[in-house]
Design a protein around this ligand. Structure first.
Ligand code: FES
Ligand SMILES: [Fe+2]
Length: 558
């Protein structure tokens, strides 16, 4: 039995929790009124520090998945926590809190008012020394967000062949993604140039979840500004798109020019010499926040980072080649939009399009009509960083699907035919060996070239469990009416209820449900072990997903 002094009494707030390190083991100390209790500092369910949790009614709630434990007995009280916490015996002497790591908590908890010779003055004196002696070190650990995060979120030792569920379900991880990815060193798709053809044209968009406005100024330049007033943060632009000479915030009518400069502040000098802004208020320093912008072949991207590399370098040569195969120099022409909300984590959409395995199994339409079949000429490309990808396939004639392949594919329907055979017409128009390509451009863009139906899809995350998908369907200037009709007709392949988009939307929900309601799990991405992570010429592969997570982990520092 060895009592060790681990903290001073007054350091533990009333109804609070304090994390300390005792011989390398995290311990949580709790104060309920004048009683002090100690338990293991790590949740038994996942690697979360209980010192960052919440104390209520004699319970500690884990900050990660909200499991609860009884502080006095360590008993696990609700899912997902099932295993009890270890408790430690506590005693108080003067202002010192002592614990014995080898003894469980006694049924009678340590009472502060039972400590001998303890006075208010004693407590004050003791604190100084305690802070010098190691406790400061532990407190520092808990307030250092980097250290605490990497301790809490530990990747499975197996490496990239397993992905832990917290990657998709955790609010802290989601917030870090906004900071490190969407607002970090990335080019984010925001619009097609043809959506804002004239000076004053604007359209609302997003960078990650952050609302922005894409606007063409009088000099022809395209500007991307946050949709957030410099005054009181109102989302000033309310229409989805339109044409404006300036932006006026509806709240107090601050006005901005088309480049985001603050133009006017009503009653700036007050009234009758009273009120108003400070005399040194400088309009030039209070414009809208402007993002870095680049445009390539009519596609507009924005970044929070000033010194971004060119889009060409960002994509890398192989993905750039596919980008330019679709945006081939003709001017895109807007055909229309779809917009829907998906109940899943935003990264699942990338993964779905880096997972050709599912495509051959899930989609009845795809396999029955030969758009993507195991055995077709195909490629699952990843760029050198692993963040971007292109799933590509050359359409086969239906009759060439082998009977072996048909047996493997439960989705294959032999007798199924189309009432409108023109639906599957493929008019050769691109300089590319592929009839279908789906490019995933990190972090928020999908470029769809599915025979002659063309679209960009923008991912707008709204939290760890949901994202909005904005689809913009386009053709090209110079398309005749028949080609436009063909693109629109074939557009039924995709979209929220598309012949082969529908199943993906549902599969993403199933995956999120599986993770959300059985917390603490991991899942497998082991297919195609010959390729550790990166490009594969097999459709039965998850090597591209592994490549994406290699990049994600580096960006997130996890
Ligand atoms: S919040 Fe925009 S003018 Fe006050
Ligand atoms: Fe799919």
């Amino acid at each position: 039995m060895a009592w060790q002094r681990v903290a001073s009494f007054r350091e533990i707030g009333v109804d609070g929790v304090l994390g300390v390190d005792v011989n390398g083991s995290p311990v949580a100390l709790y104060r309920l009124s004048n009683e002090v209790f100690a338990t293991s500092g790590i949740c038994t369910h996942a690697l979360a520090l209980l010192s960052e949790g919440f104390v209520e009614d004699g319970r500690i709630e884990c900050p990660l998945h909200q499991g609860q434990f009884d502080i006095r007995s360590g008993k696990a009280l609700c899912a997902p926590a099932t295993e009890d916490l270890r408790t430690y015996a506590v005693k108080l002497e003067g202002d010192g809190v002592f614990i014995d790591m080898e003894r469980r908590a006694a049924s009678a908890p340590a009472m502060a008012n039972a400590a001998p010779n303890r006075t208010a003055a004693d407590r004050v004196r003791a604190t100084e020394e305690d802070n010098q002696a190691g406790i400061g070190k532990i407190a520092a650990m808990n307030v250092d967000p980097e250290l605490s995060l990497t301790k809490r979120y530990v990747w499975p030792t197996e490496g990239l062949t397993r992905i832990p569920d917290w990657v998709y379900t955790d609010q802290t991880i989601y917030e870090r993604e906004i900071e490190k990815i969407f607002h970090g060193r990335t080019w984010n798709y925001v619009a097609l140039e043809c959506e804002v053809p004239k000076a004053g044209d604007f359209i609302r968009s997003n960078v990650g979840p952050t609302p922005v406005v894409v606007v063409r100024a009088d000099d022809g330049s395209i500007n991307v500004v946050e949709n957030r007033c410099s005054h009181r943060a109102a989302e000033f632009c309310r229409e989805l798109s339109g044409n404006a000479k300036e932006f006026v915030c509806p709240y107090h009518q601050w006005s901005y020019d088309l480049q985001g400069n603050l133009a006017g502040v009503p009653f700036r000098r007050g009234v009758n010499g009273k009120g108003g802004m400070p005399a040194d208020f400088d309009n030039a320093r209070h414009g809208l926040r402007r993002l870095n912008v680049t445009i390539h072949r009519g596609v507009v991207f924005a970044s929070y980072v000033r010194d971004m590399e060119s889009l060409q370098d960002y994509l890398g040569p192989e993905v750039l080649k596919e980008f330019e195969a679709t945006f081939d120099g003709r001017k895109p022409r807007l055909l229309g939009y779809y917009r829907h909300t998906l109940p899943g984590n935003w990264k699942l959409y990338h993964e779905n399009l880096k997972d050709p395995y599912h495509a051959t199994l899930l989609h009845t339409f795809l396999v029955t009509f030969g758009l993507l079949v195991a055995g077709n000429r195909s490629l699952m490309l990843a760029d050198a960083t692993g963040r971007h990808g292109v799933m590509a396939s050359a359409k086969s004639e239906r009759k060439s699907v082998s009977s072996d392949a048909k047996k493997e594919m439960r989705a294959y329907r032999d007798g199924m035919t189309l009432a409108e055979p023109r639906f599957m017409d493929f008019i050769e128009e691109f300089d590319s060996p592929w009839s279908v390509t789906m490019a995933t451009i990190w972090p928020n863009l999908i470029i769809q070239r599915e025979m002659n139906t063309l679209g960009v899809r923008q991912i707008v995350p709204t939290g760890p469990h949901e994202f909005i998908m904005k689809w913009t369907m386009f053709g090209f200037e110079g398309d005749d009416d028949e080609m436009t009709r063909h693109r629109l007709r074939q557009g039924n392949l995709m979209g929220p209820a598309g012949f082969l988009g529908l199943e993906d939307n549902e599969a993403i929900k199933f995956v999120q449900d599986g993770m959300q309601h059985v917390p603490g799990g991991q899942h497998l991405v082991k297919l195609d072990p010959a390729v550790a992570a990166g490009t594969s010429d097999s459709l039965i592969s998850e090597a591209s997903i592994r490549a994406m997570y290699r990049h994600w982990r580096a960006e997130m520092g996890l």
